[in-house]
Design a protein around this ligand. Structure first.
Ligand code: F0G
Length: 461
């Protein structure tokens, strides 16, 4: 690390292929937005200038990954790319067994169906949309056990993703450990703002769970980003490599679900990785129902090769420091302008605090949804709501959940945008900030039953 301290980072790659961006007029954007029901998920990508909707599947692959695509072994069974992927999951994540899936939620479906019985409880460090829904569909009830600091956008705690062991203990005492098949630990926690979990906390949770016979399942979607934060923030890890830290983190869990579309630097792919032989046997059997044979799980051979190579690239220091460095760069610029964001800046995204940005709007007027729409209108930049719309409704009462965090996520695809794109983004947010008092809220006019944020439609008030 020493040798980098004197100079600022720059993108550790040069550009070989370019994809032109389209600019639109304000009138065109007004039309596109209204046709999309003021939901950025419903915009056509063609109508977007800088796309910060998500870091999921939007990564730029390296020349090495593209070369690997040509080596795809498209056999139905036993593809050599499966074995390469298995080797790298074992080497970098440390789990014994691999079940590939088409993406993260495929793995969530399988593990939920195998381990959760109706009436069980699944604690987690804040929810993720698809993860919680699969747990609920399997008959489980999700219980949030993240530390309180995570719900406060301004709290500077360095590991806001940590599990609160008292909350976990309260649940265990209340329902009994036999009703808790596992705890899900998101490393990092997307909905809290891309916040990491400390190694100390992972060890404590592990030892608590071992005592009570509760499994630990990671949502390892952004575990490499979590490892980076441990390296730069946690005492004793400064000199360890990101790969070593990742391996140690995973050693405190029994299994993980993975959306390869994030850390693993691919456009599609995921997996379930486990250490327990019998659970693996069941998962390998179940994957053939929902995804495909257990040596491809809904992926082409070339996709598995790209993911195997992406895993290797993802733990390189040059890569990860520039990836998170870019996000921090935007966060610092916005903070300098007095724009309220979640602090500390997370791994994959800068989260605008929509409650503080638009304090005159009630939460039921959808401040984050409104802000995402306004930012698009201003600049053609697409972001995502992470607030009351994403939170959905309670399955017991049917009421909206009112999450404390009402956020707009500016999510950075890996290796895609330049620092100049970052500057333009900051300028656009600042322009919306300067006219924030005149911004009115919205009402929801169409609400789908599941994961409503993807397809809900709105109207201006
Ligand atoms: N877990 C986390 C923490 C995620 O962020 C995601 C996806 C998933 C699981 C599900 O994985 O999409 O491959 O099925 N997050 C995307 C996002 C959609 O934009 O944050 P998937």
């Amino acid at each position: 690390m020493e040798k980098y301290k004197k100079r600022s980072w720059a993108e550790p790659y040069k550009i070989k292929v370019v994809e032109p961006l389209k600019m639109t007029t304000r009138a065109e954007r007004e039309k596109a937005l209204s046709e999309a029901g003021y939901n950025t998920f419903l915009l056509k990508s063609e109508d977007v200038y800088i796309d910060l909707l998500t870091d999921s599947g939007t990564n730029a692959m390296s020349d090495n990954q593209w070369a690997g695509m040509m080596l795809g072994d498209e056999a139905y069974a036993g593809s050599k790319n499966y074995y390469h992927l298995e080797e790298n999951v074992q080497k970098y994540y440390g789990y014994k067994y691999l079940v590939p899936t088409h993406q993260g939620r495929g793995a969530e479906n399988i593990i939920s169906k195998i381990l959760i019985k109706p009436g069980m409880f699944v604690p987690g460090n804040m929810y993720f949309t698809t993860t919680r829904l699969h747990q609920e569909l399997a008959g489980g009830t999700f219980v949030d056990v993240i530390i309180d600091e995570a719900h406060d956008p301004a709290n500077p705690h360095p590991f806001k993703g940590n599990v609160d062991l008292d909350k976990l203990d309260t649940l265990v005492k209340k329902v009994g450990a036999d009703k808790i098949p596992y705890i899900t630990i998101g490393v990092t926690v997307n909905m809290a703002g891309g916040q990491p979990v400390s190694m100390t906390n992972l060890k404590e949770v592990r030892s608590y769970c071992q005592k009570h016979g509760v499994r630990v399942v990671f949502d390892a979607t952004r575990a490499v980003e979590n490892a980076y934060f441990i390296k730069v923030r946690e005492k004793g890890y400064e000199k360890k490599s990101v790969a070593e830290i990742l391996h140690e983190m995973c050693s405190y869990s029994d299994a993980c679900t993975m959306s390869g579309k994030k850390d693993c630097l691919v456009n599609i792919g995921g997996f379930l990785a486990l250490n327990e032989r019998d659970v693996f046997e069941e998962a390998r059997n179940m994957v053939v129902i929902y995804e495909g044979l257990h040596t491809y799980g809904g992926l082409a051979g070339r996709d598995m090769e790209a993911m195997a190579r992406g895993i290797e690239e993802s733990v390189q220091w040059d890569h990860i420091r520039a990836r998170i460095g870019q996000v921090e760069y935007v966060g610092e610029k916005l903070t300098d302008l007095g724009i309220p964001i979640v602090l500390p800046v997370g791994g994959h995204a800068v989260f605008l605090d929509a409650k503080a940005f638009l304090p005159h709007l009630k939460q039921i007027e959808f401040p984050a949804q409104t802000l995402a729409a306004e930012l698009y209108l201003e600049s053609g930049i697409r972001s995502m709501e992470r607030g009351i719309v994403s939170a959905g409704r309670s399955k017991e009462t049917g009421d909206h959940y009112y999450p404390k965090l009402e956020l707009v996520r500016l999510t950075f695809p890996r290796r895609v945008y330049t620092q100049a794109h970052c500057d333009v983004t900051v300028e656009a947010v600042d322009e919306v900030f300067n006219r924030r008092q005149s911004i009115k809220g919205m009402k929801m006019i169409y609400e789908p039953k599941y994961l409503r944020f993807f397809q809900a439609r709105f109207e201006r008030l």
